[in-house]
Design a protein around this ligand. Structure first.
Ligand SMILES: *[C@@H]1O[C@H](CO)[C@@H](O)[C@H](O)[C@H]1NC(C)=O
Length: 417
């Protein structure tokens, strides 16, 4: 009996192997398994959005076909592949939601170009494409998420008003576990390009992100309340932060990322809301940042309503090209006079290392360590920092408050006295 089952499974695996590449019927039903128990392992089915009625003419709203294809993929067994072929699809707000109980993994094969509907009244929330509550999703392909943000940017009041309405994020991942995102492009998002909220075990690589340097709040990749996130080998040029690490994150690694234009790699802003969780364990390594407002910035609000902490962060082997503030800790953040008072920030910063940071600063102050008077920074280390002014002549400067940093190796600009 046992041997029988084993043979059966073997035969099935062999079968799948032999027919690998054959397109399995659109809706994944009626595959003639008869009354045999459906195997959870080894089976696979492909769900092509075109088989669910997507037109891909760039003019017809294909949202429903995408959601129907997702529902079928999510409701299947084994490995499910959602195929978005090479074509241009006009898409309104769509949610790809799990849990997908019987699938082992979902592959989103992203070959097409998705264009976001431009009419803002069609968006009930601040999402365009959202993936949520799925375990084991892989999104791979050379496809594009084009937010068509240019017409929306003028209606974004967030740069001047703290109580602004948020425009839709291009691609949001919410409460996802074991996610891989590889090769995709995000263009001209209305708001953030990619956002991770409460994700666990996320690997992003080969991601290309592009929007004009003056587009508002078009952060490249925003990460919040997430754990074990690994972002590598990606190119991000946008109007706001290249990568922003918000509150509640732990074990975040960023390597081999190229940034610019934009605001650079940012931790924060932290300390705006009362219920924020700590940030613990960030490594940013082997990155190149060019023509941005900031290089590495850690930013916390003045007058923060509660205390929190950000600790254990290492920034290593970073090349800065013509960056206005290559290294900046700013704990007095309070844009457009939106805080009730300038009471010191209650975000505690500690165990932060900057190692081998080289290149040029476009402003005279290349290193700013502006820590909180209420909770001074602790254990800040600078090792081998060499930042010249882009326009030659004088030497770059450092500026420090409420911190006694430790210095080793090369130090240009010279350390704070
Ligand atoms: C510091 O961060 C690193 C990298 O995320 C992590 O491996 C390590 O466990 C953290 N250390 C502490 C004390 O949390």
């Amino acid at each position: 009996m046992k041997i029988g089952i084993k043979l059966c499974v073997l035969a099935l695996l062999c079968c799948l192997f032999c027919f690998n590449g054959v397109v399995v019927g659109g809706r994944g039903r009626g595959r003639g398994r008869g009354s045999l128990p459906q195997p959870k392992t080894g089976s696979s089915a492909e769900f092509n959005v075109n088989s669910f009625g997507a037109r891909g003419d760039g003019k017809t709203d294909d949202s429903k076909a995408f959601e129907d294809a997702w529902k079928a993929a999510c409701g299947s067994t084994g490995t499910a592949k959602l195929l978005i072929p090479k074509a241009t699809y006009l898409i309104g707000p769509v949610k790809f939601t799990g849990p997908c109980k019987n699938v082992e993994s979902i592959i989103v094969q992203m070959q097409g170009e998705l264009k976001a509907v431009t009419d803002l009244s069609k968006y009930p929330s601040d999402d365009w494409v959202e993936f949520g509550w799925v375990e084991g999703l892989t999104m791979i392909g050379s496809g594009t998420f084009d937010g068509q943000g240019a017409s929306a940017w003028p209606s974004n009041k967030c740069p001047t008003n703290a109580k602004c309405k948020l425009l839709p994020t291009n691609v949001k991942f919410v409460s996802m576990t074991k996610t891989v995102v590889q090769g995709i492009t995000s263009l001209n998002s209305k708001f953030f390009h990619i956002a991770l909220v409460e994700c666990k075990d996320f690997k992003g690589s080969g991601i290309k992100i592009s929007a004009p340097g003056n587009s508002p709040n078009t952060d490249g990749i925003h990460v919040e309340r997430s754990t074990d996130v690994y972002i590598s080998q990606s190119v991000i040029g946008t109007g706001d932060d290249c990568i922003s690490i918000g509150q509640g994150n732990s074990h975040i690694t960023v390597t081999g990322v190229t940034c610019g234009p934009g605001h650079g790699i940012s931790v924060g802003s932290l300390g705006k809301y009362p219920d924020e969780k700590d940030v613990n364990g960030l490594v940013v390594r082997d990155c190149t940042i060019s023509g941005t407002m900031n290089g590495i910035r850690i930013k916390t609000w003045a007058n923060s309503p509660a205390s929190s902490a950000a600790r254990n962060m290492t920034f290593e082997n970073i090349v800065m090209n013509n960056v206005a503030n290559p290294i900046i800790i700013d704990q007095t953040y309070c844009p457009f006079t939106s805080c009730a008072s300038m009471a010191p920030s209650r975000v505690k910063l500690s165990d932060i290392s900057f190692k081998n940071i080289r290149g040029t600063s476009s402003s005279p102050v290349a290193v700013t360590l502006e820590c909180s008077k209420g909770s001074p920074c602790q254990n800040i280390n600078l090792q081998d920092v060499h930042l010249d002014l882009s326009s030659s002549g004088t030497l770059a400067k450092s500026s420090c408050h409420n911190v006694q940093a430790k210095y080793s190796g090369t130090q240009i600009p010279p350390p704070c006295a």
